[in-house]
Unconditional design. Structure first.
Length: 101
């Protein structure tokens, strides 16, 4: 729906305004689009986007992606200890885990 695009744009701009040090980052539109498409009101979509980017995935959206890379290291440790066969296959394929995360 065309009006959803307008709402999505407003939500993304508002979220960027709350966190000017981050601004808009690729991927935020997908996080906001899902609740919007499910019919949540604009205010709830903004609250959810801010909650996800600040509380659930801190550091995922920003210039250094420090939260993302931190969690990839944790995932790597988990895969290495709990899924050694998968870890070996990834190593043999020279597939860095961050490309799959």
């Amino acid at each position: 729906r065309p009006e959803d695009r307008v709402v999505l744009r407003r939500v993304l701009r508002a979220c960027a305004g709350f966190r000017p040090e981050v601004g808009y980052c690729q991927g935020m539109s997908f996080l906001a689009a899902v609740p919007l498409l499910l019919g949540f009101p604009e205010k709830a979509v903004l609250a959810l986007l801010c909650y996800i980017t600040e509380e659930i995935c801190p550091g995922y959206h920003g210039p250094s992606l420090e939260g993302y890379f931190r969690d990839v290291l944790i995932l790597g440790a988990f895969v290495s200890s709990e899924l050694p066969d998968i870890n070996l296959q990834l190593d043999e394929l020279h597939m860095p885990l961050h490309l799959l995360a």
